[in-house]
Design a protein around this ligand. Structure first.
Ligand code: BDR
Ligand code: CA
Length: 309
């Protein structure tokens, strides 16, 4: 059983990633921490609670984390995710509540309490909570089993500026801290998520899953609108679930262990993940940068695990 903490800003694709983790018998979700990103913190927290409720998993604990990036104003993405962050299907207000503990404290306490090297962090949004935890408690860094995150881009470059991917762009200082931390790091950038496209055929299995299936289809229909011009009938990319799929079945993915640095200075390229894919520098590798996925295998895993909920 892989023990993970999901750090997230739901977000329809975050929501599907949470469902995948909760459905998988191979994963133990120790807790969900929320962060400001796609929408402000109050909404990402409410959305995380809604997802746990619709999954029928009232036992999962949600911890609200940081409400703003380390060094700049929050940039949000209502243009992609809608005003609620989880537009596409109406869900009841959650009856569950977030825990009193701050998300950053939960991350620190969990890494200190669990045996060293047994907890994987799965960030699906800006890296503010993880960087804050690492700054406040550097002793936890070597206790992390692995960080598997969605963020960045190289060949596919940006989706929020020409150079930057949204999660890194929202908090480049936090990303810089995490990428320099020395923790084992695996990165699922746009290069791979743009190969995990939600086609009409790939949504068909969800029609047999009752209410939860309808919810997923509602989210995906909405979420895809933003990318439909780019991808046409192939459907939009399903970003965040690739992180959980990687934890469950890394053999679906291929990438390279390379040096990746975060640009924090340049006005033009701030938040860019400068990935030395071709090994043209002597900078030390710090991240496994994923470039390809068996997309059919990924969607098979997604549907079979969510069907278990
Ligand atoms: C990332 O940004 C968010 O809008 C998505 O949830 C995903 O985490 C893609 O760039
Ligand atoms: Ca996200």
């Amino acid at each position: 059983l892989r023990k993970i903490i999901i750090d997230t800003d739901p977000g329809q694709d975050d929501a599907v990633a949470i469902l995948l983790a909760l459905g998988s018998p191979e994963i133990d979700v120790l807790g969900i921490t929320t962060v400001a990103g796609n929408v402000p913190l109050a909404l990402t927290t409410t959305n995380a609670l809604k997802v746990c409720e619709v999954a029928g998993r009232r036992d999962v604990k949600v911890f609200a984390g940081c409400d703003r990036p380390l060094a700049q104003k929050l940039v949000t993405a209502e243009h992609v995710h809608g005003e609620s962050g989880l537009d596409g299907i109406e869900l009841p207000a959650p009856t569950l509540q977030a825990q009193d503990t701050h998300g950053v404290d939960f991350i620190i306490e969990t890494l200190r309490n669990e045996p060293s090297g047994t907890v994987t962090l799965c960030p699906l949004g800006p890296l503010t909570n993880i960087a804050t935890a690492f700054e406040r408690a550097p002793d936890i860094i070597e206790r992390v089993q692995e960080i598997v995150l969605m963020g960045g881009a190289y060949f596919e470059v940006g989706n929020i500026t020409p150079a930057a991917e949204f999660n890194i762009y929202v908090d480049p200082e936090a990303a810089d801290i995490v990428f320099k931390s020395g923790a084992k790091l695996t990165v699922l950038p746009l290069d791979v998520t743009h190969k995990a496209l939600v086609t009409k055929e790939r949504l068909i299995p969800f029609k047999a899953m009752g209410h939860l299936g309808d919810v997923v289809i509602g989210w995906m229909d909405f979420f895809e609108r933003f990318d439909i011009e780019k991808y046409g009938s192939a459907g939009g990319p399903l970003h965040d679930p690739t992180v959980i799929a990687y934890v469950i079945k890394p053999e679906l993915f291929t990438g390279r262990f390379i040096n990746v640095e975060i640009e924090t200075k340049s006005e033009l390229t701030r938040g860019m993940t400068v990935a030395d894919w071709w090994g043209v520098t002597d900078r030390a590798p710090n991240a496994t940068f994923i470039g390809d996925v068996d997309a059919d295998g990924f969607f098979d895993l997604l549907t079979s695990e969510i069907a278990k909920l």
